[in-house]
Ligand binder design. Sequence first.
Ligand code: ADP
Ligand code: MG
Length: 480
Amino acid sequence: MSLPHNYEMVIGLEVHAQITTQSKLFSGSATAFGAEPNTQANSIDLGMPGMLPVLNAGAVDAGIKLGLAINATVNKTSVFARKNYYYPDLPKGYQISQYDKPIVEHGNIDIDLPDGTSKNIRITRMHLEEDAGKSIHDMGATNVSYVDLNRAGVPLMEIVSEPDLRTPEEAGAYMKKMRTLVRFLGICDGDMEKGNLRCDANVSVRKIGSDKLNTRCEIKNLNSIRHVMEAIQFEAERHVTVWESGGEVGQETRLWDPDAHETRTLRSKEDAHDYRYFPDPDLLPLNLKQERIEKIRATLPKLPDVLKQEFLKMGLAPEQAGLISSDKDIYDYFMKVPFRDVMPREIANWITGDLFAVLNKSGKDITESPVSPEDLGHLMNNINSGEISGKIAKQVFATMVETGDDPSTIISKGGLSQISDESALKAACEKALAANPEAVAKYKAGNERIFGSFVGFVMKETKGQANPELVNTLLKSLLA
Ligand code: ADP
Ligand code: MG
């Protein structure tokens, strides 16, 4: 995707990530997804007078984690502020957010581009804020809207990037990386379909070579990576058309309509002063002790970029190292496979080959894999130890998928162990030669290619269970 007329895109993303806490940012109400409307909203979430918010320490810890993971400054003091606006799904008349003193500032992440290169993107800030409720306009009855306040007060991180992104692909890669990061940190499910990771895309265009920041439009609430990319492409093309026709792009908040494949004006852009931000008098400034930050630093898991390097060192192919270090579910599966240290590459191959084929066919996710990581590891070990051949392993694997049995049960039930008993194999080899005197004569006359037919005979005779290396050696010595 690109732009005509020597233009380039300038893109900055504001990602909203729902923090996986049991309770809300300032109240004890549950945050579980899918509950009956308005069953998870108490008087704090409803903005009843006289109710005081109490900050959720777990949400703060999650924010610190993110700050450390993106090499940012975690501010020792940050301040919660009221962002004032009226909407039926915001009964308080204000959203508690952070404004000029956010908890995290000046970070950066490396995004992984489709061509295998990476690019560093600066992150301006991350602040904590509460979500609003949800207005429902399409419940059947005309002229009636409903309000569900279950989501009101759910903790969010708003992660704001610098306008460093230049293409829809870079924006997509940024979202992917952010999703991977929060999932590895265990602070957000990153499930865009459920809306617990979504973003606003700010887009402007300029002539290549210029470093001017032109007027931007903000496209609200994009809830899939495809929508992010398509909306940015559409919006940038729209800007080029406006500028090229001598017009002027106006600063606006817009919405993406995926069906019509276009962005539309929602409202002309509001400015910060429209919101009358002021420090929330019900909440003290958030003061963090260095000890608390260090304690959290010590609990940080290994992050995707580090994991990728480790997997490459273990001998994984670059695409596999990239895949396993960027998908938390695949990573979790891989890390549970026993004997991973002995044969990492083979196990990665088996996962991205045979296992993925089965999952694709049945439309299942790796978390619902019919083959457990433990069983897969034991199967691989059976190959490695010579118990079964690679070929028989495919057969055992198919039975594992079908029956859910573990590999050793399948191998012993089916009598599938590899035959490495020399005397038994020697007898089969002798039989192969005795049954094919003409082929033996041809071989001895110099036709070496016919050797394969003896191996084939022995394999057939042993139902594929003969140890192929041993068969080779035995046949060679019998024919010498
Ligand atoms: P607001 O709070 O009004 O949304 P911010 O200054 O926080 O404004 O910026 C929001 C986002 O817009 C940031 O991600 C920033 O990188 C991006 N941005 C700022 N200027 C431009 C521009 N000219 N073109 C594209 N993105 C921009
Ligand atoms: Mg904004």
